[in-house]
Design a protein around this ligand. Structure first.
Ligand SMILES: *Cc1c(COP(=O)(O)O)cnc(C)c1O
Ligand SMILES: [Zn+2]
Length: 483
């Protein structure tokens, strides 16, 4: 009998593991960068194998039962407690309604265009309207735990952001409150007005610096290395753990059947794709899923360092080189030197060991294809952001290259809500993209409001005449027939 009325009793033995020099560090300290070699960390539960004593069916029904639990701490992404942060206590867990985002099947018309069935997983339906909330729920739960056990009286959280990380960090910090204060550092003019409004509204201190995200990240790293601040970028390995919930939820949605599934993810700083691979690997190890879904990272030709790396077929010849970025409508992924690249390389190797060659691949798409991917999706009832459009462009590209068969089912990550990136749609409809984007609107996707009467026309009419004339103009414009 599985009961989920109580908080889990299992506690893991978690350690930071440096992917550069393999050194291990105690989690009671906050680490972001290896003090020995400057490498990035992953978090490992060295007791994980003890979970293998339970059969796959145990985990499947436990996670399914928790999906309907009333225990607040287990309602969100922490319902995968044993696989995520099995060191925090119930009172530490921060829940703002993250996770449980729906998979929405593409309708017949749209899957017909693609030539294969697929779903969007709407991570824009998280509380701050992007997937970043998954990672923040976990990172803040652990931070709250540290604050409680150490009795810290003040913690300053900082992050560099392409917009959504800061929105999520500011939201969770505002909720947890107490000793936690949030500072977000943004590249000036490189986040959307909506993304800037979010941390301001949550009461965070917002600092704008000139340059692109990669410049901003260097400033934040300098601060984290030399001053007493808690870093909330995806260098913070607790965020990666929270983001693994995306993979767990995809598997759960399909009743733990991931056979012949393909998952498309936009790659920016590469934290998300890392987390998704790590998540599926854990499920596979526990036997909860039998086969690893294939993972397709997607990058714009304007910011494609991970694509460039894997474009070299011979692993021995691959060299990672940061690339300069040029303007991208997939602005949240416009990163030339992804912090999590070593994690991608690590998990891609692990993934291919089990899933075989091609179980992790990266495809490159154009800016034109990204924005039109978004417009195409949303014209068929989705709520995709530009990065979600990048995923559809990636699936179309993969179909064109023969990488995905018509019998495979794809899951596309709509990483944020459409409305966060609405300015790009407007630029497309008004043909006002700066040349650097290289985007030319196609009339078939353009949609603009139609005006039927001027304010001056209206002012000259009586209310009755206004109703009659405005209606007549609409009847003519739409060619309406009388009933
Ligand atoms: C952060 C972000 C990305 C990129 O994810 P990484 O983990 O940095 O690769 C993509 N889309 C949206 C909407 C984001 O906020
Ligand atoms: Zn190291």
């Amino acid at each position: 009998m599985i009961t989920v009325s109580d908080f889990p009793t299992y506690r893991g033995t978690m350690e930071y593991v440096c992917l550069g020099c393999q050194a291990r560090f105690d989690i009671r300290e906050l680490y972001y960068t290896c003090p020995h070699c400057g490498g990035v960390f992953i978090l490992e539960d060295t007791s994980f194998d003890s979970l293998l004593e339970y059969p796959a069916s145990y985990w499947q029904s436990l996670f399914d039962k928790r999906a309907a639990t009333r225990v607040t701490a287990l309602r969100g992404v922490l319902r995968f407690y044993e696989l995520m942060a099995p060191v925090v206590d119930e009172e530490d867990i921060v829940y703002l309604g993250e996770g449980h985002t729906p998979l929405v099947a593409a309708n017949e018309a749209l899957s017909g265009i693609v030539g294969a069935p697929f779903y969007y997983k709407n991570d824009g339906q998280n509380p701050s309207a992007s997937f970043k909330d998954r990672g923040m729920a976990c990172a803040f739960s652990y931070l709250k735990h540290l604050v409680r056990v150490n009795d810290w009286d003040s913690v300053l959280t900082v992050c560099a952001s392409t917009g959504d990380t800061s929105a999520a960090a500011a939201l969770y910090a505002a909720y947890v409150g107490g000793p936690i204060k949030s500072v977000v550092i943004l590249p000036k003019g490189k986040v959307t007005p909506q993304q800037l409004a979010q941390p301001l509204g949550s009461g965070a201190t917002v600092i704008e610096v000139p340059g692109v995200f990669d410049d901003c990240m260097k400033v934040v790293e300098h601060l984290a290395d030399n001053f007493r601040v808690a870093l909330l970028n995806s260098k913070n390995a607790w965020r990666i753990l929270g983001q693994e919930s995306y993979a767990f939820e995809v598997a759960q949605w399909f009743g733990w059947d991931t056979y012949r599934k393909c998952v498309f993810v936009p790659i920016g700083n590469a934290g998300n794709v890392t987390a998704i691979m790590s998540g599926f690997l854990k499920l596979q190890k526990l036997g909860v899923i039998r086969s690893l879904p294939r993972i397709f990272g997607v990058q714009s030709h304007h910011a494609d360092p991970v694509y460039q790396y894997y474009d070299e077929a011979d692993p021995a010849k691959r060299r990672f080189e940061p690339v300069p970025v040029t303007p991208s409508v997939a602005q949240a992924a416009m990163i030339g030197n992804p912090v999590s690249f070593p994690r991608v390389a690590h998990y891609a190797r692990e993934y291919e060991k089990i899933g075989g060659p091609g179980s992790f691949q990266v495809v490159q798409v154009t800016e034109q294809a990204i924005i039109e991917g978004m417009l195409l999706a949303n014209r068929h009832g989705h709520i995709s952001c530009t990065q979600g459009g990048e995923c559809l462009a990636g699936l179309l590209k993969a179909r064109e290259l023969g990488l995905v068969e018509p019998s495979e089912v794809s899951i596309l990550d709509a990483t944020a809500h459409h409305l966060k990136f609405i300015g790009f749609q407007e630029m497309y409809f008004e043909n006002s993209f700066p040349a650097a984007y290289g985007i030319t609107p196609d009339a078939k996707y353009v949609n603009r409001p139609r005006s039927i009467m001027t304010d001056a026309d209206k002012a000259a009419l009586s209310p009755e005449d206004y109703t009659a004339k405005a209606s007549a103009a609409i009847v003519e414009a739409l060619g309406l027939a009388r009933k």
